[in-house]
Design a protein around this ligand. Structure first.
Ligand code: KG4
Ligand code: ZN
Length: 319
């Protein structure tokens, strides 16, 4: 089954052609990061306009990577939600147009499910499975007992984890997006600042208090003319984030006797998180899966992998 997938939910214009949910035949991602950097975050109106400008260019580049033509494709898949509405609409209209012109069935895919299925590109799923979804817009612990069965055990009560990385980076003026920058700084520093580990109970998360603690510390140090150890602050923040995420993931993995723990979303690219969660999951003798770096942040190969499993599930259910 060959799927051509389109993803434009935020600031990446992405398309991919994937065979049987695993074999990536072509993968093209145009990122708008350099454009949004000047604003310190994604500007929705700018993002939609940029998608419109780049969408045919991305499709052309995609098709150059393979001998296939759109006629060889079985399904068109597109991210339909969640995301920036103007950005999503560009992808949806593109996918609808291709489906109409080439007479192909169209499949709508949830972006979060796409992040989860980024893992499927390289690893099979073993159920019950626990997914830690950590992106710029979401922080969720999801239990899966089968393909395309998602039970949310807990989620953030306020900021998503990637969002707090990005907001801190903006205030501290180290660049955009904050995640990879702070991750790199954290590697050079030590966790010496005392920061809170917010725990809203159950399997829920909260990052806004931690984010405010970092920003307050930064402002206070500046006001007092004291020296701020930027890398140590990054390491302290990252350590607090990792503890919050890893402790709850491990607790849920034990309670639900899962066979596999996977990590998904842009923050899954975080080196500290990958290492610590991997270590703790392996100690329990549970399988651990992480997507390749290039499939952690937004891309369309993950949308194709999700669409493939969604289609198979619908077929099994006789739909
Ligand atoms: O999944 P994604 O590409 O877009 C959303 O669906 O939100 O995630 C983007 C988020 C941003 O907040 C970015 O700062 C964060 O992922 N991110 C990271 C790292 N790389 C990207 N956060 C922490 N460490 C990283 N290495
Ligand atoms: Zn995403």
């Amino acid at each position: 089954m060959i799927i051509l997938a389109v993803e434009t939910s935020c600031d990446e214009t992405a398309m991919a052609i994937v065979e049987d949910g695993k074999k990536v035949l072509a993968n093209e991602v145009y990122t708008q990061i350099s454009i949004h950097t000047q604003f310190g975050g994604v500007v929705p109106e700018v993002a939609s306009r940029e998608h419109i400008k780049k969408v045919t260019y991305v499709l052309d580049n995609l098709l150059k990577q393979t001998d296939l033509t759109i006629d060889d494709v079985d399904y068109i898949a597109v991210t339909s939600t969640p995301g920036l509405i103007g950005s999503l609409m560009v992808g949806i209209n593109t996918a609808k147009t291709i489906a109409l012109v080439y007479n192909k069935p169209l499949v709508y895919v949830n972006h979060i499910y796409g992040h989860i299925y980024a893992n499927y590109l390289e690893n099979d799923f073993h159920f019950p499975l626990l997914a830690l979804v950590v992106s710029g817009g979401h922080t969720e612990l999801v239990l899966m007992k089968d393909h395309f069965e998602f039970e949310i055990l807990g989620e953030t009560m306020d900021d998503a984890v990637g969002e707090s990385y990005d907001k801190i980076a903006r205030v501290v003026e180290v660049g955009y997006p904050g995640g990879p920058i702070i991750d790199k700084m954290a590697k050079e520093g030590r966790s010496t600042y005392d920061l809170p580990r917010p725990n809203p109970g159950g399997y829920n998360f909260s990052f806004s208090g931690l984010k405010s603690a970092v920003i307050n510390l930064y402002n206070k140090t500046k006001q007092h003319g004291e020296e701020l150890r930027y890398n140590d602050l990054a390491a302290s923040f990252q350590q607090a984030v990792i503890e919050c995420l890893v402790n709850k993931t491990i607790k849920a993995a034990m309670e639900y006797h899962v066979k596999q723990v996977i990590i998904a979303g842009g923050v899954a690219a975080n080196k500290g998180l990958r290492e610590e969660l991997g270590k703790r999951v392996n100690e329990l003798g549970i399988e651990f899966s992480i997507p390749a770096f290039k499939y952690c942040t937004d891309n369309a190969a993950m949308i194709a992998a999700a669409a493939y499993n969604q289609i198979l599930k619908d077929k099994r259910n006789g739909n």
